[in-house]
Design a protein around this ligand. Structure first.
Ligand SMILES: [Zn+2]
Length: 302
């Protein structure tokens, strides 16, 4: 299996390092921690900043995921197909596949496509189908671009761990129908990477491949100011030296994995501002770029 659970559960020690020692143990799992960390707030609290709200949601999902991985037996999590988006198997050596989630995004989609043209490299766009329907001209641009692939990132971007199987199924059904006109390859990425056995089975029935990532750019965390705070650096595994350097973080993470599928988001201005430099740096390091449909990535998909 190309995507597997991380072999090692986060230990109390690691969580302490990560500043997550406040996470509730099994006995108090349902109760709110007495001293919650900064951030996790309702997306509704920042209606004027949808990108910031999404960053808060991603952070909250990551923190909850870590808590669950600490508190639940690994075998149970694996049996429930809970956290499968971190690809633990090696990528094709020296090959990188860039992927951008949460679009299409006016301004951003066009800018990313222009950079693909400039560098003549491919990339994938995991579109939120409801957004694609609101911006059909952008979805059409991605579809028509010879270096771009369209992927399915659900209908409305819910956390699949928070919704019942029937709602998960309707998210897949609606997005599949909406994106069918784009004649996209059947590639699906879970919102927040949060998977379920029921949806895995449904996606496979519909002929989809499930796409995770080898490298999480953690661009949602860098987006606030261009630097990442200590807490988020630990959640994301960002070296201290790279906390103020998004490009250095991604390059060093790609070098550590010797290539791979890189997760980024269209909605973060900092990502767009640094993308040209990031691509140049990866090229200078000798990496080559390939689409997710390249047979070399076959073993990285499910
Ligand atoms: Zn997303």
């Amino acid at each position: 299996m190309a995507l597997t659970m991380r072999a090692v559960k986060p230990t109390a020690h690691l969580l302490a390092i990560a500043g997550l020692a406040w996470l509730p143990g099994p006995a108090q799992a349902a109760a709110a921690p007495a001293t919650p960390p900064p951030a996790p707030a309702s997306a509704a609290s920042a209606p004027d900043h949808p990108h910031r709200a999404r960053a808060i949601e991603i952070r909250a999902a990551r923190v909850r995921g870590l808590a669950e991985q600490m508190n639940q037996p690994a075998a149970d999590l694996k049996q429930a197909c809970r956290f499968e988006s971190d690809i633990t198997t090696p990528p094709p050596p020296g090959l990188v596949s860039l992927s951008f989630d949460d679009g299409p995004e006016p301004g951003a989609t066009e800018a990313i496509l222009a950079l693909l043209d400039k560098h003549q490299i491919p990339a994938s766009f995991f579109l939120i189908a409801a957004k694609a329907q609101r911006h059909p001209e952008l979805a059409a641009l991605v579809k028509a671009h010879p270096l771009a692939l369209v992927g399915n990132h659900s209908w409305s971007h819910p956390n699949f761990h928070d919704i019942p199987a029937a709602k998960q199924s309707s998210e897949v059904d609606r997005s599949d129908t909406a994106l069918a006109a784009l004649e996209a390859p059947k590639l699906f990425r879970y919102p927040y990477g949060n998977s379920s056995c029921e949806t895995n089975a449904e996606l496979q029935r519909r002929g989809y491949r499930i796409v995770g990532w080898h490298v999480d750019s953690c661009d949602w965390a860098f987006d606030k100011t261009g630097s990442i705070d200590a807490h988020e650096a630990k959640i994301c595994g960002v070296d201290k030296a790279n906390r103020e350097h998004f490009v250095d973080h991604v390059v060093s993470a790609v070098k550590a994995r010797k290539g791979g599928i890189v997760l980024m988001h269209e909605i973060h201005p900092n990502t767009l501002a640094k993308l040209d430099t990031l691509i140049e740096r990866l090229l200078a390091e000798g990496f080559r770029f390939a689409p997710l449909t390249d047979p070399a990535f076959e073993a990285s998909l499910r």
